[in-house]
Structures are given as C-alpha cells and as structure tokens.
Design a protein around this ligand. Structure first.
Ligand code: MRU
Length: 364
C-alpha cells in the first residue's frame, strides 16, 4: 500500500504536500515559521479539519524554535523570558484565525498552548522540545484514531455495496488514513467488494483532484460523478450508503462539513439510504449549542468564477461561495467515532455516549 503523507516534520522544517497542485504534481512546500504555516492553511496548501490542526500544532513548534534561536547569548536562557509565552500566544492567534469552521484547528493549537503555559517556569529549550513532542503525539494519535474509526465503520459497509463520499476526508485531510476514506479503506482491505462514487465537490474539486487520486493509488474502485448526479444515482438504487467527514459537530449533533453535504443528507433521507458521518471526538464542539451557531467560512469568489485562471462566467458577476453547510442531526443515521458507532444521534445520546465511552479503554 502506497501511503499518502500530507504532513512531514523533519525536526526543523514542516513539509506540506501542496494539495493545490494535485493530482498533477506531488510537491512539498517547506514551512519554516508559524507565518508560513498560517499562509499554507489559508491558501489550501493543506486542508481538511484534522490536517490543518496538526499543521498548526507544528506551526506553534516553529514559532517556539524561532524564538529560541533569536535569543542572544547574553539573554539568560535558564528561565523562560516573559515575552516568550506572549509571542507564542500571538502565534496561536495567527494560526487559529486562518480558517474559522473546523474546530480541530483551535483544538490542536489550544493543546500546544496549554502545554506551553504549564511549562512557563522551564527553560526555553525545554519548552521547545516539549512542544515538539506534543505535536508529534497529536500526529501519531490522529492516525491511530482514524484506523479505529475505520474499523468501526467498516462493519456498516455491506459487501458488494457502493458508497458515496463528498469532498476529501481521506489521508490528505488528516495525518494519514482518513476518516470517511478510512472507513472505505478498512472495508476494502477486509476484502469487501465495494465501489466508491466520489462527488467532484465544486468549486475546489477536492473530490475529483484528491479523493479519486488517493483511492486510485490503492486500487480501490472509484467512479467520479458531478455533485448534481448524486440524486439520480440514489434514485436508481446505485448508491447504498453515504459516508462523509466533518469540520465541527455542535452539542446537539448538527454537523458542519463541505458545502453540498446537507443536500446529500436530504437526498439520502428521501431515498432511504443511510447517511454516516465519520468523525473523531476532537471535532465535537460542546461549547456550540446547535448548528446555527457554527461560523461558516465564505471563500473567495475566484474559486467559483475561475478554473486554472480561465474565467468560466460573466466578468464581475455576484458570487456566493460558502465553503461549508450544516446538516441537522436528524438527517444523520450515525456518527462513526474512534469510540464506536452512535446511531440516530441527538444531544442526550451524544452526551451519554461520550461520557460512558471515554471512561473505558478503546475497544478496536
Ligand atoms: O475546505 P476543506 O477542503 O478543508 O474541507 C474539508 C472537509 O469539508 C472535510 O470533509 C472535513 O474537513 C473532514 S476531513 C477528515
């Protein structure tokens, strides 16, 4: 199996597989500062909720490294100077502000910052090393979590079925293996004969450029369709379930994911097709009551009006380009998490599920 590695940390530099150039070119963009990482997240060099969180965590490590190397020999390096934490807090804000919808970004940066605040009395060198260790832990945990999601989710995928997915919730959107594509990978490698229908996912084309590329690499049968064909295939009984990822799940189960996800959930309900959301616990945001409180990122109109610099429409046309939409919990058949599968989710069931599951060891 050829592994896709969207994020590589070599101890001094963060290399991000430039997803804007896929599938044509496999090029890694080096990031040497928190600013480089912030720009890469904003510009979609790296994308996908867990992946931007992990990239940002390493962005914090780069900020600490650069602060350490800017300290002069005269400065006392036996204790953390007050400005060190202040500068790290600034880097955290810079990174968190890059994209508003995926909660994993703030979650991962928060985890690194919390570590730094706790180490406030240590030497700058020790703080830098500990932050690097924490970012590496986050990276390794993400792959492990995705494999667990995959194993739970594979049980829901029938042998011989066709699975529809939207956007890219694969290895490219995580540290590796993927959430929705992790479920598909697990089912396929268990020997189930499955086919994937991948929505092209206008306007950024994560489906046609990224999902198809990832699945082809592993010889998982995949058919590319335009977004608007999903209903047709569902009505013809050619799709047996839908599996997507998530960017933020509110306390009541309402789920933000790539624009077009909500339409698919409505279509799935109408056609009696299960609609699954594969999602790590870190994507649940219990501070958000319901989907209407989730901030939906509005992206540049050029993503809609242009393709490879060619104008596709009338010059100056007014454009709406929300990057995400909200699927109400009532349309979700189940959440597939690293702790197991939660069917027919609602606020109470989500609360109970995680309070029980998180107190026991992971089963898969
Ligand atoms: O705008 P993107 O490409 O970052 O959007 C990504 C998605 O919507 C994914 O489905 C989501 O982040 C889950 S990734 C495991």
């Amino acid at each position: 199996m050829e592994e896709v590695q969207p994020i590589i940390w070599d101890g001094t530099t963060l290399y991000l597989l430039d997803q804007r150039l896929l599938p044509g070119k496999e090029t890694y963009l080096p990031c040497r500062s928190a600013h480089d990482v912030a720009e890469s997240i904003k510009n979609m060099v790296v994308r996908g909720a867990p992946a931007i969180g992990i990239a940002a965590a390493f962005g914090m490590v780069l900020a600490a490294r650069n602060l350490l190397s800017s300290m002069t020999d005269q400065q006392d390096s036996s204790a953390l100077p007050p400005y060190f934490l202040e500068k790290l807090r600034e880097a955290a804000i810079l990174l968190k502000e890059t994209r508003p919808t995926a909660v994993n970004l703030a979650w991962a940066v928060g985890r690194i910052m919390e570590k730094a605040e706790k180490l406030g009395a240590e030497t700058p060198d020790k703080v830098q090393k500990e932050l690097e260790a924490e970012a590496k832990k986050l990276y390794a945990e993400d792959i492990e979590i995705n494999k667990r999601i995959g194993r739970w989710g594979a049980e829901l995928i029938q042998d011989g079925s066709t699975v529809l997915t939207h956007c890219n919730a694969g290895a490219l959107a995580t540290a590796g293996y993927g959430t929705a594509l992790g479920v598909i990978r697990s089912a396929f490698f268990q020997g189930k004969k499955i086919r994937v229908f991948a929505d092209e996912t206008r306007p950024f084309l994560q489906g046609s450029r990224l999902t198809v590329w990832e699945l082809k690499k592993e010889k998982i049968p995949v058919t590319l369709i335009v977004d608007s064909a999903a209903g047709y295939y569902m009505s013809k009984k050619r799709i047996h379930c839908v599996v997507v990822g998530a960017d933020r799940v509110a306390a009541n189960g309402d789920t933000a994911n790539k624009i077009g996800t909500y339409s698919l959930a409505v279509l799935a309900k109408e056609n009696n097709i299960p609609f699954y959301v594969a999602v790590p616990f870190s994507t649940f945001d219990f501070s958000i009551d319901s989907g209407s409180d989730i901030i939906v990122e509005e992206r540049d109109s050029g993503e809609v009006t242009h393709l490879n610099n060619a104008l596709l429409t009338v010059p100056g046309i007014s454009v709406g380009n929300p990057a995400f939409d909200i699927t109400p919990a009532s349309l979700i058949s189940a959440f597939i998490t690293e702790y197991g599968v939660l069917h027919a989710p609602n606020r109470k069931k989500i609360e109970e599920f995680f309070s029980q599951k998180k107190s026991i060891t992971l089963e898969k």
